[in-house]
Design a protein. Structure first.
Length: 607
């Protein structure tokens, strides 16, 4: 994996014969892609951001896109921060899905794909490059890396041997040493690589750093603690901030019960998750009182199972709004946030896989400033899902779903158009504005409950504008008469100036229908009752007055200790703001007609 993690450095500084005209070689020997620092205020980072901003105005500028992608790829490697790999991919968006993209793009795409463990797709890209350019050393070096990672050692060895005529000796020797060292020839491979390194005392700094780190890891695996220590220290004199080196050296020190030295090594480098974890392990070994604070930091970067907080009477809502009561659906007392009057939560007892990230506001504003100081305090976000499509020579990813505001796909977009909508970009929402002007769900509400639709802004029921203003526009952006106008984007928007509401005082009806301005559609909290909000807003004034809803108002039976972990109505009080997962052995889903948290009678098929 060491070669895999370092491969972008090989590409960036051009350790291949210049006769190959390899795509990652800079325009001149002096123009070497520099190692980008960690801080956002550093001039090199500002230059890269400026280039990226320029790319938005020149999206078809391939040389510029390659320069931006390489910069972010190197930043991702140097910091172990995967988001920069995403920025690199975004820079190549114009060419990313092309099966026969330019050679330079294919190599970068293969590098990014192997870092994301998309090994088959990376190999396809490299095969395309080598089919047209069999002497491309960069493609062969990446291919050797990928083949080794997937366990195809003979294939990896063949690629390393092919590099003998394409690169300098130290590169292909390091390639072979990596493969042979993993296949029963560790000590011999170490000796050969060390001898070769001694023959090139003036080798390029990053190449020397890569080889020294390889030697350190090989000697550590061979239980040669003295040489390993020496190699790690030699590498540190070249670059003491390299995230991979720091992690490998910390592992070595922890294995040799030297946690205090790990603390000294990593104290200023805990921004990367892998390094923070090693730092916490060293604190634990030392019995340090600093450990709880660092554990909390690790929790702030959460991935794992949590209890599902999306509560909904799914069958009733999606059975053509066959709710369990006619209007008025809920009394004033039943419309409280701590009462489940009649609905059945179809997701009770379920866990979900969660990726939760807590970041400073300055990391999400366009200018890096605080909510009070930024010129753009309202941000918009969405997520998409891409599926791999393989057909003949085509191997690409296509968008198959997206989500910003909840229930737009389910309740607003008509069924025949859902696939087209899911494959489209949010900024093209004007193509679907007719569904916001006269949503079919509003027609269903009128048919089922025999109450007129009166949009909340007073617009006509069959040519309404309220939903476009709420879901498709930033504050202050005007419509074009009764059309969405430009821009028109379906995004989940969040006003960063609005302070969060304490869990104990949150209203499930959010900013649209309550005095709590910190809930949906101003962002979305895990326990916002998006079902009741959506049905009421789409139905309009009559349905708001009638308290229409599915009868599930809070998460009953949420795991945790009330007052410590959760509120009495199941809202998690601490990050990641999702309750502890239900235990796998004893958890149960409570359906209609069953007893347990939130249990209700099934009722007639039609109320």
């Amino acid at each position: 994996m060491h070669l895999c993690l370092r491969i972008c450095v090989v590409l960036a500084v051009g350790w291949v014969l210049r006769a190959q005209a390899a795509p990652f070689v800079p325009e001149s020997d002096s123009q070497i892609l520099e190692r980008l620092p960690f801080t956002a205020s550093d001039p090199a980072i500002r230059v890269l951001r400026a280039l990226n901003a320029r790319l938005k105005d020149e999206p078809n500028n391939l040389p510029l896109a390659l320069r931006v992608a390489r910069g972010y790829l190197e930043l991702s490697r140097a910091t172990s921060d995967p988001r920069y790999a995403g920025y690199a991919q975004a820079a190549l968006a114009q060419w990313w899905a092309l099966p026969h993209a330019p050679k330079e793009v294919l190599i970068l795409r293969a590098t990014l794909r192997q870092r994301a463990h998309q090994f088959d797709a990376a190999l396809v890209d490299l095969a395309t490059v080598l089919e047209n350019d069999p002497r491309n050393a960069q493609a062969r070096l990446i291919r050797a890396t990928v083949l080794q990672v997937v366990g195809n050692y003979p294939g990896a060895r063949d690629e390393c041997l092919a590099l003998r005529k394409l690169t300098q000796e130290l590169v292909w020797t390091a390639c072979l040493a990596s493969v042979n060292g993993a296949t029963g020839h560790l000590r011999q491979s170490y000796d050969e690589l060390l001898t070769t390194l001694d023959q090139f005392p003036d080798s390029q700094r990053q190449l020397r750093s890569w080889v020294l780190t390889s030697l350190a890891e090989m000697s550590a695996r061979a239980d040669m603690a003295g040489p390993a220590e020496a190699h790690f220290r030699d590498t540190s004199t070249i670059d003491a901030t390299d995230a991979y080196l720091l992690g490998a050296y910390a592992d070595f020190l922890l294995d040799h019960h030297r946690p205090r030295e790990v603390l000294q090594l990593l104290r200023d480098h805990t921004r990367a998750d892998p390094l923070l974890l090693r730092y916490a392990l060293a604190l634990q070994a030392e019995g340090s009182p600093e450990l709880p604070a660092q554990v909390e930091q690790l929790r702030d970067r959460f991935t794992g199972q949590r209890a599902e907080t999306f509560y909904i009477d799914l069958g009733a809502v999606f059975d053509t709004l066959n709710l369990r009561r006619y209007l008025p659906a809920l009394t004033v007392a039943e419309d409280a946030d701590n009462v489940n009057p009649f609905g059945v939560n179809r997701f009770s007892g379920f866990n979900i896989s969660t990726i939760a990230i807590e970041v400073p506001i300055t990391r999400v504003t366009s200018d890096g400033k605080t909510a009070a100081a930024t010129i753009n305090p309202v941000i918009g976000i969405y997520a998409e899902t891409d599926r791999r499509v393989v057909s003949g020579l085509r191997n690409s990813f296509e968008q198959v779903s997206r989500m910003a505001n909840p229930l737009v796909n389910e309740l607003i977009i008509n069924t025949p158009f859902k696939d087209k909508w899911n494959a489209s970009e949010p900024e093209n929402e004007a193509n679907f504005q007719s569904f916001y002007k006269n949503p079919v769900i509003a027609t269903e509400l009128k048919l089922v409950f025999n109450q007129d639709i009166v949009p909340i802004d007073g617009s006509a029921a069959n040519n309404r504008t309220d939903l476009m203003n709420i879901l498709l526009k930033y504050p202050g952006q005007p419509l074009s008469a009764t059309n969405c106008g430009v821009p028109c984007a379906e995004l989940l928007r969040l006003d960063l100036r609005v302070p969060p509401t304490a869990p104990e005082t949150q209203s499930r009806l959010g900013s649209a229908l309550s005095a709590d301005k910190a809930g949906w559609p101003n962002g979305r909290r895990p326990n916002d009752d998006v079902t009741d909000i959506a049905i009421r807003v789409v139905g309009g004034k009559n349905y708001i007055a009638a308290h229409i809803g599915d009868g599930v108002n809070f998460l009953a039976g949420a795991p945790g200790v009330v007052g410590t972990d959760i509120t009495a109505n199941g809202i998690a009080k601490i990050f990641p703001f999702l309750p502890t997962p239900y235990d796998g052995k004893n958890r149960r889903h409570v359906d209609c007609g069953e007893t347990g948290p939130g249990g209700k009678s099934c009722g007639p098929l039609v109320p």
